[in-house]
Design a protein around this ligand. Sequence first.
Ligand code: ADP
Ligand code: TRP
Length: 329
Amino acid sequence: MERVISGIRPTGNLHLGNYFGAVKSFVKMQDEYDCMFFIADWHSLTTHPTPENIRKSVKTILSEYLACGIDPEKAPIYVQSDVKQVLELYLYLNMNAYLGELERVTSFKEKVRKQPDNVNAGLLTYPCLMAADILMHKADKVPVGKDQEQNMEMARLFARRFNRIYNVDYFKEPASFYFAHKAVKVPGLDGTGKMGKSEGNCLYLCDDEKTVTKKIMRAVTDQGPTQLNQEKPEVIQNLFTLCELICGKDAAEYYNDLYNNMQIRYGDMKKQMAADANALLAPIRERILAYSSDDALLDRIMRQGAEKAAARAEKTIEEVREIIGFRKV
Ligand code: ADP
Ligand code: TRP
C-alpha cells in the first residue's frame, strides 16, 4: 500500500475551509493509503510561541482532527517533537543543503519581507526539516496545497542528492498529492473568494450553535436580482457555493430557481444554511469537546502514534548512519 504522510501546522482552530478543503480528504485517504499524520510543532518554533501556546495549540488541533474522523488505529497521528530521530536526519540534510538554494525559496523570501526582525536559521532550513519528516518515512505521496510545492521540490532534490553523494538508491522521491484541485474552494462569509483564518471570515468547527447562526445570518448579500435569470455577482455566487456545500445540491438548486425567478429571499436561504450547518457541526463540536477534555486519551493517542512513527524512523536512521559511515549505536 502506498505510504502517505502529512504535516499539520498547529495554528488556531479548524474552519469549514480546512474541513471541506483538506480534512475530509484526509479522512477518506486513511482507508486508501498507509497514512501517517503529525503535528508540526518544531516547525512552529520559527515564530517563537510560548510553552503555553504550544501545549494549547497541539491539544486543540489534535482534538479537532480526531473529531473530524482521523482514526489513530488506521492512521497514526503523532507530535513531531516526540520523534527525535527526525532531528538527526534534519542535521544530515542540512549538511547537503546550500545557502543559495535555501535563500531562493519563495516562502523564505516572503518571511524575510514580512518579519525582517526574525529571520532565524530555522526559517532558512525549514525545507530541510520538512524533507526529514517526509524522507524519514519513505513516503510515496504527500498531500499538500500549491503553496508547499517548492518545499516538496526541495525534498525531492535532497533525496536525489543524498543518493548521489553516497552512491546509493536509498531515498525515494516523494510525490506531491494535490487533492486541493479536486476539493472545492470554500468561500468566506464576507463574500470574498476564500475562507481563511487571516481573513476573519470563518465558520469554525468549534463555533457554538448561536455563533454559527449569527455568522451565517450576517453573511454578505445584495438587494436581490432585478432581472430574470440574472448572472450572480461574486458575493452571491459565493453564498450559493457555501449553500451547496452545507445544504447539498438539491437545496442549492431550489434556491437557484428562486433566484432565477427573482423570488429569492436570502433570509430564508440563510436560515436553512444555519440549520444545516448546525446539524453538520453539532456532532463534530461535541466530539471536539469530548476529546479536548480527556487529556489521558489524547496522551495515549499521541504516545501510540509516536511509538509507531519512532519505530519506522529508527530503522531509517540506522540505515542512514550506516550509509554515511557512522557506527551503529
Ligand atoms: P488558513 O487559510 O485559514 O490559514 P491553512 O492555510 O492553514 O488555512 O489551510 C490548511 C489547508 O486547508 C490548506 O492546505 C487547504 O487545503 C485547506 N483550506 C484552507 N482554507 C480553505 C478554503 N477556503 N477552501 C478550501 N480549502 C481550504
Ligand atoms: N510546511 C507544511 C505547511 O506549512 C507543514 C509540514 C511540515 C508538512 N512538515 C511536513 C507537510 C511534511 C507535509 C509533510 O503546511
